[in-house]
Design a protein around this ligand. Structure first.
Ligand code: ADP
Ligand code: MG
Length: 249
């Protein structure tokens, strides 16, 4: 590197000192998180520590009281929320598919509404995404006729069809029967390997260890410790993290 050359940081998503309270409950108390372009950050931590709330502030389902969320160095807090949700996709524990629509329609709906794509383009894109999550044959099925794992893969395909820059996953496998978890984690691992920038809230410590570039441990509304998975899992510094790991591993 030449002296004096501006080093362009490859940080894609940056959460900066984000605070949020629900009434007297201070749920986020100064959260910082950096996710490099193409990297996967896993967020772990006890129930109630603010993980879901953090993800929701990133794509602006909730507005933080203070702090900032930067995408490519630019604050997202003044963007139009609909435009932002095309740039940041989110997958929830409950798949939130529309039960009365076919799988295909669940995917094309957002493409038509948000991206204003004509029907034939929306259908083509939806079919491509369905094939990528291994569900090419399920386009005309209703969600109720799919397994939970298949429904979650449809939800992932739906988010990916919008061609987001970042994907957020909030305990995407927690509602699944154990035998269905692997397929969904497999799709997520492939997405990660393919270079998607991801923030994954998960209780799947094996996934965090093998897929994450960074693991962040949240407790009581702050990231107490963050680092490479080997560091976080093998040489945890904070006593609270050590206690958490001793309970979950
Ligand atoms: P986690 O995902 O780590 O389990 P959450 O972010 O869901 O934690 O919740 C953190 C805290 O915020 C909890 O005390 C929860 O009760 C509270 N909380 C979350 N969402 C709301 C809301 N919409 N209104 C009031 N309190 C909320
Ligand atoms: Mg949660």
């Amino acid at each position: 590197m030449t002296a004096g050359t501006a080093t362009t940081t490859s940080v894609s998503l940056a959460v900066r000192d984000v605070h949020l309270a629900f009434g007297a409950n201070r749920v986020l108390r100064g959260v910082d998180l950096d996710v490099a372009r193409g990297a996967t950050a896993c967020v772990i931590g006890p129930s109630g520590s603010g993980k879901s709330t953090l993800l929701r502030t990133v794509n602006r389902l909730i507005e933080p009281d203070a702090g900032d969320v930067l995408l490519d160095g630019r604050s997202v807090l003044r963007d139009d929320p609909d435009a932002l949700r095309q740039r940041i996709g989110m997958v929830f524990q409950q798949f939130n598919l529309f039960p009365h629509m076919t799988v295909l329609r669940n995917i094309t709906l957002a493409l038509r509404r948000l991206k204003k794509l004509p029907e034939d383009e929306a259908v083509a894109l939806a079919r491509t995404q369905l094939a990528l999550v291994g569900l090419a044959g399920k386009a005309d099925s209703r969600p109720a006729h799919l397994s939970g794992g298949q429904q979650q893969r449809v939800a992932i395909a739906r988010a990916l069809a919008l061609q987001p820059e970042v994907m957020l996953f909030d305990e995407a496998t927690s509602a699944l029967d154990p035998e269905l978890v692997k397929g969904v984690l497999g799709v997520m691992a492939e997405l990660s390997a393919g270079g998607m920038t991801m923030v994954v809230v998960t209780h799947e410590m094996g996934f965090a260890r093998s897929v994450a570039d960074t693991v962040a441990f949240m407790d009581h509304g702050v990231v107490l410790e963050a680092g490479a998975p080997e560091a976080v899992f093998e040489t945890p510094q904070h006593p609270r993290l050590r206690r958490f790991l001793s309970q979950v591993l």
